[in-house]
Write a protein that binds this ligand. Structure first.
Ligand code: ATP
Length: 372
């Protein structure tokens, strides 16, 4: 069974004054099917927090529950130490930016941004001042009088951001905010989001299925799987110290080898894998289960044309595929025992051809034995 790791989030919850959003045993059931299965989370003030996971794992449901568009089936949503289960969305100190922008097509950029304040019947001078500031914060001052159809996708998303930020919510909820943008624009808007977060100092909670986006933008990430949290941690903790094979596989590329712990001593674990490979993993703590999955990242594997004489993890194979990626080259090696291994290396001066006899190796420190 996958190990659930929420200890970090629990210890922060001990001091809830540091948190803007807390979820306690949150459950959401739709038509008898649980979409969220008892989630505990503590999101700190001013944090850029991402909820990451595959399609259908419950990310949007969690965000909509924080926003107040869904009511928990059980459990509690707390915002700034107050239980908000019975508080309607418009009374919560949060605002949401949707992937679809949700702009009014018949209103100009300025009027779209002013909409919320006009509904609240704020004084005209205050609205004008805040709209000017909000448009400037997303660098759209020159386009205040345009209509949404006269803007690019990225510009429309900036308007949606300005509209969500104008009444200075404590927490900004972002539901796949860059999902509708092409790759180049997406990268530009990632920089924009990061800049806004730093300048405004608000708590951002973003839902995404794009692991690269979550790694590059977030202070911490929760990885969700089938309605439950697998791991909460900083991007480097999630990438370098995944606690489960699911997290290792979902975040970045990795090679996974299922096997059994054969022996363990002197800080080394020997895992005999299903196809006979014997892998040595450096570990001071014994794995929780005897059946494990060894994870080794492609960039941690070295290639050699000559047989290697290292004490651990040297294997022989044949180069199957070579993919030139500009600064790096990706290799697929078919090992003699039948395993296929992906290797990523900086571009060498000469790239070996497919079908070359090749040797690969990695250090016991560069792989993990994860409970299965
Ligand atoms: P995606 O990345 O595809 O948007 P997600 O991780 O955000 O997925 P959710 O939208 O939270 O996933 O959905 C989680 C589960 O709950 C899915 O099985 C979905 O079909 C179901 N679900 C969500 N909203 C409803 C609803 N209003 N009625 C019934 N089932 C729902």
């Amino acid at each position: 069974m996958a190990q659930t790791v929420t200890s970090d989030s629990r210890s922060i919850a001990a001091d809830s004054t540091l948190c803007d959003v807390e979820l306690h045993q949150l459950v959401k059931v739709f038509d008898g099917e649980p979409a969220v299965k008892g989630v505990d989370l503590a999101i700190r003030k001013g944090e850029f927090f991402s909820i990451l996971g595959p399609s259908g794992c419950g990310k949007t449901t969690i965000l909509r529950t924080i926003a107040g568009f869904e009511r928990p089936s059980s459990g509690e949503v707390r915002i700034q130490q107050q239980c908000v289960n019975d508080v309607p969305p418009y009374r919560r100190p949060v605002n949401t930016v949707f992937q679809s922008y949700a702009l009014f097509n018949h209103l100009t950029v300025a009027d779209n941004i002013a909409f919320g304040l006009k509904i609240q019947r704020r004084p005209k001078a205050e609205i004008e001042q805040k709209v000017i500031e909000a448009i400037a914060s997303v660098q759209l001052s020159a386009m205040a009088n345009r209509y949404p159809h006269q803007l690019s996708g990225g510009q429309r998303q900036r308007v949606a951001l300005a509209r969500a930020l104008i009444n200075r919510p404590s927490v900004l909820l972002l539901d796949e905010p860059l999902g509708a943008l092409d790759l180049k624009l997406r990268k530009e808007m990632q920089v924009e989001l990061s800049r806004l977060h730093q300048e405004l100092g608000l708590t951002f909670v973003m839902v995404t299925h794009d692991q690269e986006e979550a790694l590059s933008l977030s202070d911490r990430i929760a990885v969700l799987r089938s309605g439950s949290i697998e791991q909460v941690g900083t991007p480097s903790e999630i990438y370098e110290r995944p606690q489960t094979a699911f997290v290792a596989d979902f975040i970045g590329d990795t090679n996974l080898f299922a096997g059994q712990v054969a022996q363990q001593d002197n800080g080394m674990i020997e895992v005999v894998c299903d196809r006979g490979l014997s892998i040595t993993v450096a570990s001071t703590t014994p794995p929780a289960t005897k059946t494990v999955t060894v994870s080794v990242r492609p960039e941690n594997i070295q290639l050699s044309l000559a047989p290697c004489d290292r004490p651990y993890n040297c294997f022989e194979g044949r180069l199957q595929h070579v993919m030139y990626l500009g600064t790096h080259v990706q290799y697929v090696v078919a090992l003699t025992g039948g395993d296929r291994v992906m290797v990523m290396q900086p571009k060498p001066s000469s790239i070996p051809q497919p079908n070359t006899q090749i040797y690969l190796y990695w250090s016991p420190d560069d792989c993990l034995a994860l409970p299965t």
